[in-house]
Design a protein around this ligand. Sequence first.
Ligand code: GDP
Ligand code: MG
Length: 305
Amino acid sequence: MSAAWFDRLSAGLSRTREQLSGQLNVLLRRGPDLDDEFWNDLEEALISADMGAPAVGEMVARLRDAATRQALPDAEAVLQHLAEEIAREVTLPEAVDFLDERPVTILVIGINGTGKTTTVGKLAKAAAEEGRSVLIGSADTYRAAAVEQLHVWADRASVPIVERERGTDPASVAFESVRAAHASGADLLLIDTAGRLHTSKDLMAELTKVKRIVERESKAPVRTLLVMDATTGQNGLTQAREFRDAVGVDGIVITKLDGTAKGGIAVAVSRDLGVPILRIGVGESADDLRPFNAAEFASALVGLS
Ligand SMILES: Nc1nc2c(ncn2[C@@H]2O[C@H](COP(=O)(O)OP(=O)(O)O)[C@@H](O)[C@H]2O)c(=O)[nH]1
Ligand SMILES: [Mg+2]
């Protein structure tokens, strides 16, 4: 990892880090005593970063155990180990970065406004720059603006796009996208979808249908990528669970980590959903979608050297 790369990640996570390290520094200044109050305050700091009570409970218990065994002499040592604990929490041993598979068909799903279209654009641009043959399918046919927005990204990435007029059945756009990918020999097909329907039941039913058709048609393996907005915190987690249970989720992108002090949500996501985080969004530009590396993420979050 280059220094510039880490700086960028670090800048993106600065709001979470500033809040968290502010709280951790208070703990450090209190001196070497690891009393009950220290552990309670540490727990509170981690929960306020949205890591989720179950993960925090276990991490703190492990740190506390290590401290009792004299392995951690003081508060400073505890905080040094905290990054390792966080990294461990967000590491899923079975994780496969299917965004690098060739060929692959990726269905991008999530609630409205989470950053699906932006993420499709960023992924397309990065993959095209790597020399991959990319095709975008525009299956959010509810709003004309959605099609236009994706078109702008496709132009920016110099990637072809399959788009139909507003109101077209999303499943049929997805179908045509798969056919077009086969015809052109694309090795990465990214299908954008709508996130807002009358009810979440309608949305899940539509996505299930789109997925079924894509799975039936695609010669490439089909993977479902859920885009989740970090600023929605625990609420986003509930939505993610719903998508996972109804449609199936193979990987997650957490966006808008730059806009929140609750970047710890990544910890809760890994733990609660058991689905790997593959990328994180730390800004609106094309370069602001980053591979997710557990150790780097944890260091950038805790900000302790
Ligand atoms: N700050 C920030 N904004 C983002 C990020 N990802 C997406 N956005 C913004 O979130 C808004 C909604 O994104 P969009 O892709 O249209 O969401 P969609 O409805 O899920 O397709 C847009 O203004 C994006 O620029 C991110 O990582 N950081
Ligand atoms: Mg969209």
